[in-house]
Design a protein around this ligand. Structure first.
Ligand code: ADP
Ligand code: MG
Length: 292
């Protein structure tokens, strides 16, 4: 009968650190043609570190870091934590901002000593502040797979910060193994195109979709489903939860995953081990044969 085969497959998965929230999900995973991955915290470790600090105008590295960290210490974004860690490491003192506002998928803004500041992606900055020198330097950092955070006050860009996030140890092999069993990989990320392309190349990802807001991630998963049928989505962030919900099989990172991602997912990877996805696919396929 169907039930014993399904149950044994699911308990088999649980022993391997794959927590399915029902048998139908294992069956759906066995039919998947494409798996979409979030970048930060999923394909990468999600612990970026500051590698570059480029001051502009009369600002020093420390002054750029002081302004950026003073705003970012009120944000919980991984990039924000990295900026604050760097300020701590260099002994840079922080100021207390007023009128702080976090702009999801863009960055943060606040007042410091009566001056208005913004810290975040280029699209958050005043377009007239984006001089060629700044844009070219940012692209150079992005081509190396780094994420760029820009810092502006009311007069212009005062500096840019480059941050590097390493890809997980298992990422490259996990993508390769999936390809061997006929499953293509896609990256869907809020990060800039050049950075995303560089990381995707390193990881061996087939399709790259970048500069996406959380609602764009949802539409992208829907589009992939229309084209390829069954599509799984793997993510860790609060901003990934809506995309996990519309995918054929939502997969959350068990350790790095936010509560929202864990709740929405159909499958939880207990040790954040991406290699386990292929194992689950193979178990699902085997079970399909038993059932038929
Ligand atoms: P991802 O899909 O890669 O997990 P997010 O949607 O969380 O990314 O953020 C997308 C982009 O928005 C980041 O790459 C960064 O450029 C910018 N961003 C978001 N929050 C912040 C912040 N607190 N400080 C600086 N930049 C930020
Ligand atoms: Mg993420």
């Amino acid at each position: 009968s169907i039930m014993p085969a399904m149950l044994s497959a699911i308990s088999n998965c649980a022993r391997k650190g794959l927590l399915f929230k029902g048998g139908a999900h294992l069956e759906n995973l066995s039919r998947v043609k494409v798996i979409a991955f979030d970048k930060t915290g999923t394909l990468t470790e999600g612990r970026p570190v500051v590698t570059d600090l480029v001051p502009y105008r009369a600002f020093t590295e420390e002054e750029v870091l002081q302004a950026a960290a003073s705003l970012e210490c009120l944000s919980t974004h991984p990039l924000a934590r990295a900026v604050v860690d760097e300020a701590r490491k260099r002994g840079v003192p922080l100021d207390r901002p007023d009128d702080f506002e976090a702009l999801t998928s863009w960055g943060v803004q606040a007042s410091l000593n009566g001056e208005r500041w913004k810290v975040g992606k280029a699209g958050l900055m005043d377009p007239s502040f984006l001089l060629d020198a700044v844009v070219l330097r940012a692209q150079q950092l992005e081509a190396a797979g780094k994420t760029v955070v820009m810092v502006q006050n009311s007069a212009g860009i005062v500096g840019i910060i480059g941050l590097q996030d390493r890809i997980r140890e298992q990422t490259k092999r996990a993508i390769e193994e999936l390809r061997k069993v006929g499953i293509a990989s896609a990256m869907i990320t809020g990060d800039q195109r050049v950075t995303a392309d560089a990381i995707a190349k390193e990881a061996g990802i087939d399709l790259v979709f970048s500069e996406l807001l959380p609602e764009d991630k949802v539409n992208m998963v829907k589009q992939l489903k229309q084209t390829y049928g069954h599509v799984a989505m793997v993510g860790d962030g609060v901003n990934d939860a809506p995309a996990l919900a519309v995918s054929s099989v939502g997969i959350a990172m068990g350790v790095a995953g936010s509560d929202a991602a864990l709740e929405t997912a159909d499958l939880v990877l207990m040790n954040d081990d991406l290699l386990k996805i292929k194992e689950a696919v193979m178990l699902g396929r085997k079970m399909g044969v038993v059932v038929k």
